[in-house]
Design a protein around this ligand. Structure first.
Ligand code: SF4
Length: 313
């Protein structure tokens, strides 16, 4: 349509790709890596993780099927986009939303509500379905005509994919699965985290912890996170400030994070599981060393096995 475009790439802190990148390289450079070189547009990464975390604690419009507060998330993103629009003296904001694509946030009622709450009434263009929506200010001002807008509607992505092909755009993310808050297992772990630790103290990086290892609630209410492979074990080491690191002595096996607070019953239970998931599983007993964040070290003995009263998240 001939417009100069500024693309905003929002980071909410629960993107699978970003968290995997962070686990591989915790220097935080994923924010710069998130650029779309093929877009031929200026791209700005907008880090809204802290605002999003506050929103997640109590989203006014509630959650979708899992722990995804899509309506409030979009209001937050589009409010930031409005601020940038005003700073840039831009004509309008546009998104790739399609009417009816998502049950919660892209029905007609939600589209209107989001637009209004973000302060973008008549200034938010959805070019993929704009021909099915009332004209925006930009259209009334003659910046483009209705015939340039698409009338895509519904859950299928066939038309968008055909359009991408026509425009030579082949490298785009999969349409589903990017946001971990829509993933049932991740949402279960996060709900458990909310119940036991709250969100206030959760740093944005800790959202990556919920992605790795086996997460196990122990009989007395403590929690252990047990690595499943070397990458998990390496990832767990990044969170050593949250609790004790437990490893079997002289026998290969997982690294286990004992989230504090943790009592003696739960330490024993975690020891049994750490032995059971390692090469010590057929031994009568295994020695385990624990290194606590304050520098203390202790060694315990435990019979490998599955203690009663544990459940896997
Ligand atoms: S899926 Fe996740 S990132 Fe997308 S709108 Fe919903 S909460 Fe926000």
């Amino acid at each position: 349509m001939g417009f100069e475009v500024l693309a905003l790439h929002f980071v909410v802190g629960y993107e699978l790709g970003h968290l995997r990148t962070w686990l591989a390289d915790p220097s935080g450079r994923f924010l710069e890596k998130a650029s779309f070189e093929t877009m031929q547009a200026r791209v700005e990464v907008v880090d809204i993780r802290e605002d999003f975390q506050r929103l997640l604690a109590d989203p006014p419009h509630g959650f979708g099927r899992n722990l995804n507060p899509c309506i409030d998330c979009k209001i937050l993103m589009l409010s930031k986009a409005r601020e940038r629009m005003e700073q840039e003296n831009a004509a309008f904001v546009f998104t790739g939303e399609v009417l009816g694509q998502r049950p919660m946030s892209q029905n007609r009622h939600s589209l209107d509500k989001i637009e209004k709450a973000a302060g973008l009434k008549n200034r938010l263009l959805r070019p993929l379905c704009g021909a099915r929506l009332p004209p925006t200010q930009a259209e009334e001002d003659g910046l483009f005509s209705r015939s340039q807008l698409f009338a895509i509607e519904g859950r299928s992505r066939k038309e968008q994919m055909e359009l991408a092909q026509q425009l030579g755009i082949t490298d785009y993310p999969s349409p589903a699965g990017g946001c971990l808050l829509t993933d049932p297992q991740y949402a279960r772990r996060l709900r458990d985290w909310l119940k036991h630790r709250g969100l206030e103290k959760m740093t944005p990086d800790e959202s990556a912890l919920l992605l790795i290892g086996r997460h196990i609630r122990l009989p007395a209410g403590g929690k252990a996170i047990i690595g499943r492979h070397q990458a998990d074990n390496d990832g767990i080491l990044r969170f050593s400030s949250l609790g004790g690191l437990m490893e079997a002595v002289d026998v290969p096996g997982p690294t286990t994070l004992l989230l504090e607070p943790m009592d003696a019953t739960d330490i024993q239970a975690a020891g049994r599981l750490t032995g059971r998931y390692g090469k010590a599983k057929d031994q009568d007993r295994v020695s385990l060393q624990i290194r606590w964040p304050d520098g203390r070290q202790e060694t315990i003995e435990s019979p490998p096995g599955e203690p009663e009263g544990v459940y896997i998240l």
